[in-house]
Design a protein around this ligand. Structure first.
Ligand code: 13P
Length: 256
């Protein structure tokens, strides 16, 4: 059985005091489950302060982005060495907000992915189609293109360190989640891509999580799907009570 994965992507939210309170509340309210990795992805400015506050053996720190180079003249960027230095274990690569608002191409995402793996960071690679692409029934084509280009030249033995997040752009921050069947169909499709481009051993190991308007109200029905191994949560991860509740429901449904 694959381990569960629940990520809280805080995006550009919280100053230090709010972040400390959230983590302290998470320490109190989160149930310990051996079968789930819980990762919070705060803004860069908070990573240093939160590292020592996390007080759960299965809770880790992640970053929302990184540059692919180790150092150099890249004003405003953060390198994988800097993230490692702070005790960061995971990094989100290719979030749709990075792709659409900051012009990240599959080529850039591929460089970041390879660099993260080389530095021992575990990437959470986000894939997802836009609303226009879904309307034209192009979602599988788009995901296959992103998958192939983003994972180009990634050694097969590294693949199991990657978590793939299926995040349809039309479901992010809109309150409109993919139905459990829509999500499951895409997760199964992504698993066939892993089989096609990698090999059988990895197919069963790689974790594919869903992101897009996950809330306390819809997490149970999504968790019931076999190929949904967890979630990447935006809005509902900002409050310790909703984030903890989501994890509790997921844990119960999956029976970890
Ligand atoms: P919401 O949960 O706010 O829709 O955001 C999802 C997301 O983008 C997680 O990375």
């Amino acid at each position: 059985m694959r381990r569960g994965f629940i990520g809280g992507n805080w995006k550009m939210n919280k100053v230090l005091q709010e972040a400390k309170e959230t983590v302290e509340n998470l320490n109190k309210s989160l149930i310990f489950s051996r079968g789930i990795d819980i990762v919070i992805f705060p803004p860069y400015t908070l990573l240093f302060f939160l590292k020592d506050l996390i007080d759960l053996p299965n809770m880790y720190l992640g970053a929302q982005n990184m540059h692919w180079e180790e150092n150099g003249a890249f004003t405003g960027e953060i390198s994988p060495l800097m993230l490692k230095d702070l005790g960061v274990e995971y990094v989100i690569i290719g979030h749709s907000e990075r792709r659409t608002l900051f012009g990240e191409t599959d080529e850039i995402i591929n460089k970041k992915l390879i660099s993260a793996l080389k530095h021992g960071l575990k990437p959470v690679l986000c894939l997802g189609e836009s609303v226009e692409e879904r309307k034209k029934d192009m979602e599988k084509e788009v995901i296959e293109r992103q998958f192939k280009q983003d994972l180009r030249r990634v050694p097969i033995n590294f693949l199991e360190n990657i978590v793939i997040a299926y995040e349809p752009v039309w479901a992010i921050g809109t309150g409109l989640n993919a139905t459990p069947n829509e999500a499951e169909e895409m997760h199964k499709f992504i698993r066939t891509l892993v089989e096609k481009y990698a090999n059988d051993n990895i197919v069963e190991k790689i974790r594919i999580i869903y992101g897009g308007s996950v809330r306390v109200e819809n997490v149970e029905e999504l968790s019931l799907k076999e190929d949904i191994d967890g979630f990447l949560i935006g809005g509902a991860s900002l409050r310790a009570d909703s984030f903890s509740k989501i994890i509790e429901i997921f844990n119960e449904v999956k029976g970890f």
